[in-house]
Design a protein around this ligand. Structure first.
Ligand code: KG4
Ligand code: ZN
Length: 337
């Protein structure tokens, strides 16, 4: 049977990425991280769209060349429709529409969040639903009951900052740089995570999260110390902050899985790359007899492989989109029940 060749395109934030899939199997993928934002300590939307414009053509050509393929081999185009930065999404979507029209192949608009969730199963021809998903990225912190690939129920979410946002903001407070998550993760490896007990928020009878109090707690703590002390204990402070985030994420997730009777837990999003979160979730899920899925590190942060993989699933269902679809910056998962 001919397996469809799907080209995936991702431009929702500051990664310009393309991937090629044959059926459910990845052939090749490229992610170009835009470096222009580093000196600003965060993503500058105007620069992001300009960079996508510059990088997308070469990235798509690169993925085709390295796969020994040409545009003529492509059977469908999958592209991130949202959520994300409006200008950035538009660059990818317009490019994908142009290719779909020119090559006369179907277009599949993909929800970036679904991409993150199902990135766990790239390469697999079956999706092991139901499961509980902890989605932790720069913009989202949610506990989702995934009943099937198109039925989601929101169990809990952050009431203020997303977990990734907290990592990025605290890294800025500590003067470490951007993006904060991977840098704090790296520093923490040589730090003592019990050096200081930062605050942990939770709400009675709720699986919601809150990280803005923790960020203020870190700020107050570092304001009280001498610069010399911060320099000497940077690794310990980073590790203690990271422990506070991971502690809350892991405990809520395990409790929700037990309360909702889930035997499978799935981690998703950029923060799922965090080594301490992966370690703690492995430990706790083993203790509680739950099966844990964690995306391959390459597919935690934004990438086009997860978009192409979702395109494959949409192609199986025959659910292509019209060339009229719009970029939706605040696209949500549709939560039922
Ligand atoms: O999923 P993602 O690439 O983009 C969004 O859809 O938001 O997530 C990016 C977020 C950033 O906040 C980044 O600091 C965080 O994921 N992140 C991490 C790690 N790697 C990326 N946070 C903690 N530890 C990491 N190793
Ligand atoms: Zn993302």
């Amino acid at each position: 049977m001919h397996q469809p060749i799907i080209l995936g395109i991702e431009t929702s934030c500051d990664e310009t990425a393309a991937a090629l899939f044959r059926g459910h199997e990845i052939i090749h993928h490229i992610t170009a991280t835009q470096l222009v934002h580093t000196s600003y300590g965060g993503v500058v939307p105007e620069y992001a769209s300009r960079e996508h414009n510059k990088l997308l053509g070469p990235v798509v050509r690169g993925v085709l060349e390295q796969s020994d393929m040409t545009l003529a081999d492509i059977d469908g185009i999958a592209v991130t429709q949202g959520p994300g930065l409006a200008g950035s999404l538009l660059v990818g979507l317009s490019y994908a529409k142009g290719l779909s029209l020119g090559l006369k192949v179907p277009l599949y608009g993909i929800n970036h969040i679904e991409g993150h969730i199902f990135a766990n199963f790239i390469g697999q021809s079956e999706l092991p639903t139901p499961f509980l998903c902890l989605l932790v990225s720069g913009g989202h912190t949610q506990l989702i009951n995934v009943e099937s690939s198109r039925s989601y129920k929101l169990i809990g979410q952050t009431r203020d900052d997303a977990a990734g946002e907290a990592f990025d903001k605290v890294a800025r407070l500590l003067g470490i740089g951007y993006p904060g998550g991977p840098l704090i993760d790296k520093l923490s490896k040589t730090g003592d995570h019990s050096f200081h007990q930062f605050s942990r928020s939770s709400f009675p009878d709720s699986y919601d999260f809150s990280f803005s109090g923790l960020k203020t707690n870190v700020l107050q703590y570092i304001n009280k110390q001498k610069p010399e002390f911060i320099r000497t204990h940077l690794e310990d402070i980073a590790a203690s902050f990271q422990e506070a985030v991971v502690d809350v994420l892991a405990k809520h997730t395990i409790k929700a899985a037990k309360d909702f009777g889930h035997e499978r837990i799935v981690l998703a999003g950029g923060v799922a790359a965090n080594s301490r979160l992966r370690e703690k979730m492995t430990e706790l899920s083993e203790q509680h007899g739950q099966e844990l899925y964690q995306p391959d590190l390459r597919y935690c942060t934004d990438n086009a492989a997860m978009i192409a993989y979702m395109g494959y699933w949409k192609s199986l269902l025959g659910s292509s989109d019209s060339l009229d679809i719009a970029a939706i910056p605040n696209l949500k998962l549709s939560f039922g029940g």
